[in-house]
Write a protein that binds this ligand. Structure first.
Ligand code: M6R
Length: 613
């Protein structure tokens, strides 16, 4: 959600700033801007993509060794050039990722001091606030930009990562963070800042992760960091394991396509610890996991979007295999509702990014309610969510750039299945022979997913028939109901077709009224204990002229007829079948979106990593 980069370098920073923004564009893409210090402050901004900004920068012939830049996902104020960052107050410019909750009160205070606002954003408040601190209109007059930023952040409520430059100090920039990620790139020739490590990879893998409350001043030769109480601190420099080509598109047309096809590898990496293992060890979730898994009496899963559907699937597994109750709550609801805490419950947060504001807040809320047993399933090891849980499992999907989550979901499912087995072991409910059989199935999963990906041509052929539809229904039962939800979300998100998912037995309680010849109904039909019930539900659709598109296991005995199209899934996969079925629905959405010509990786109104509430 928004991306920021900054540079203080021996050479011109424009190429780094624009490349960094392009890498971060998936986090927000409605406008972009940059500012450099070169005989004064110079700024370029543009509505639209980074490419529009690059053209402006060229037109304006901007250059400079010190600069900051931003790609925006609008929160306060419509996407427009005047709302694009950087925001300026006299000779000082600010880029910001996050939300300032008290910006209205600050705006009034600053207007009373004579500051004139030219945008609708919360960020412009920060620029004027730093200026007011600099001049001593708020607090004591600041000695320099660094102390002005330290003064200003004390007045801000909300989440932010900031980068600030001033023409008064043409030798460096100041950054600060609270709640939103920010890291520095350390090189011989200069220092860099970004809201995501991937934007730094073009210059270095040596990174310094700032903590909440940190303010740092970057010059070409030095980095000085102070913590939330103004004490100088040293933050470790770590080598990022990300490689620059992990975020490159390579032979693929879209990141979503690349990430779908990376799923066998992502699953293989995530489950690497199983190779040759005869049994599972709780230590894969952390040193204290064994005791916790034996002690807890239930599970509470907190997540948003696709990650919440992974949690819903796990509910079926955990209750069936481990025999303990499992609740799944949408993080944005849980954090505000009055719930009944249970200190013996395992609180599990699931997040690809580890930075989703609602999920992080839900975790913090659970902890304040007395949940001490917390566990994160996350794809980003350095993320805020991982740092705040007692136990953790890092999925090894690699960077996920496409806004539509794919490989993050299937690797989350594999991690949740491991958790299920370990909880069952902790409760003495897993026979050795069953454990071995489940581990074999997990090990075979990458190959099974390959076979589903090979169905692409047939799924692509179906996609033509969805492209002119305005609505679609997705049906599933049992552990495949969350798969239907995920299939509907994917279709909505990238093809803009309105899609709803129902547990198939619910159709007759209302949604059947929507079914006619214009309504495609996608059915997830594995050969499991619910198949016969599901077939009856499909009859209800056919009898009303609905068009069925059925993903059936080969041995399901569902046949293609008039109004019923059937695609045979390569393998029946028991409890793990959701991992396979969801891949076919990802492919369907992707191809429908291609036919419709939407921007698959950057769907309208959305962005990756929702770091605002
Ligand atoms: O990073 P997270 O897993 O916490 O993100 C949660 C949701 O924002 C995310 O899954 C979203 O629903 C995806 N765009 C779905 O494809």
């Amino acid at each position: 959600m928004c991306g920021i980069v900054g540079a203080v370098s021996a050479k011109d920073s424009i190429a780094f700033l624009l490349e960094g923004l392009s890498t971060l564009e998936y986090r927000g893409y409605d406008s972009a801007g940059l500012a450099v210090i070169n005989h004064g402050l110079q700024r370029a901004r543009a509505k639209g993509r980074v490419a529009e900004l690059a053209a402006r920068v060229e037109q304006q012939a901007l250059s400079g060794t010190i600069g900051i830049a931003h790609t925006r996902w609008a929160t306060h104020g419509v996407p427009a050039e005047r709302n694009a960052h950087p925001h300026i107050s006299a000779g000082l410019a600010v880029v910001h990722n996050g939300i300032i909750e008290n910006y209205e009160a600050l705006r009034e205070q600053l207007q009373a001091l004579g500051y004139v606002f030219t945008s609708d954003t919360d960020t412009e408040t920060i620029a004027h606030l730093i200026q007011a601190c600099f001049k001593g209109e708020i607090g004591e007059p600041a000695e320099n930009l660094f102390s002005a930023v330290q003064c200003a952040v004390k007045h801000l409520t909300g989440a932010f990562a900031l980068a600030v430059v001033s023409e008064e100090e043409p030798d460096g920039l100041v950054v600060a963070r609270e709640g939103s990620p920010l890291m520095l790139g350390i090189t011989e020739e200069g220092h860099y800042a970004a809201s995501d490590a991937s934007a730094l990879l073009s210059v270095t893998q040596q990174m310094m992760y700032l903590e909440n409350g940190d303010v740092a001043r970057l010059t070409r030769d030095a980095v000085v960091v102070v913590d939330a109480v103004g004490q100088p601190v040293k933050r470790d420099i770590v080598t990022s394991h990300l490689s620059a080509n992990a975020v490159e598109l390579g032979e693929f047309n879209h990141y979503m396509q690349k990430e779908m096809f990376e799923q066998p590898q992502a699953l293989g990496n995530t489950l690497e610890m199983l190779s040759g293992a005869g049994q599972l060890h709780p230590g894969i979730f952390g040193a204290d996991a064994q005791g916790v898994f034996e002690q807890v009496d239930s599970v509470l899963i907190l997540a948003c979007g696709t990650s919440s559907y992974a949690g819903m699937t796990a509910k079926y597994w955990i209750e069936q295999v481990a025999g303990i109750p499992c609740n799944v709550e949408i993080a944005s609801e849980y954090r505000y509702r009055v719930s009944v805490p249970n200190p013996n419950q395992l609180g599990v947060v699931i997040s690809q990014s580890g930075e989703t504001a609602d999920t992080l807040a839900a975790l913090q809320h659970a902890k304040t309610l007395g949940h001490t047993h917390t566990l994160a399933i996350c794809n980003v090891p350095e993320s805020a969510i991982v740092r705040e849980t007692a136990l953790r499992f890092i999925t090894r999907a690699g960077p996920e750039i496409g806004v539509a989550s794919t490989k993050a979901f299937t690797t989350q499912l594999s991690a949740l299945f491991l958790l299920t087995l370990l909880l069952a072991k902790g409760k003495q409910r897993l026979l050795e022979a069953d454990e071995k059989a489940y581990l074999d199935e997990l090990r075979h999963l990458p190959i099974a997913v390959e076979k589903v990906l090979a169905l692409e041509p047939s799924i692509q052929a179906w996609s033509q028939q969805f492209a002119n539809k305005h609505h679609a229904l997705f049906l599933g039962r049992g552990r495949h109901f969350p798969v239907a939800l995920e299939g509907a979300l994917k279709l909505k998100e990238i093809s803009y077709i309105h899609a709803e998912a129902y547990p198939a037995g619910e159709l007759k309680h209302g949604p059947l009224a929507l079914v006619d010849a214009e309504m495609p109904v996608v059915v997830v039909a594995p050969n499991d204990e619910m198949l016969e019930k599901l077939k009856a539900n499909m009859q209800e659709v056919s009898a009303r002229g609905g068009q069925l598109y059925v993903f059936a296991d080969g041995d399901s005995k569902v046949r293609s007829t008039d109004g019923v199209k059937v695609l045979a899934m390569p393998e029946h996969y028991g409890l793990l079948s959701p991992v396979l079925h969801v891949v076919s629905l990802q492919l369907l959405s992707y191809h429908v979106a291609l036919v419709k010509g939407t921007d698959v990786d950057k769907p309208r109104n959305l962005a990756k990593s929702v770091t605002v509430e």
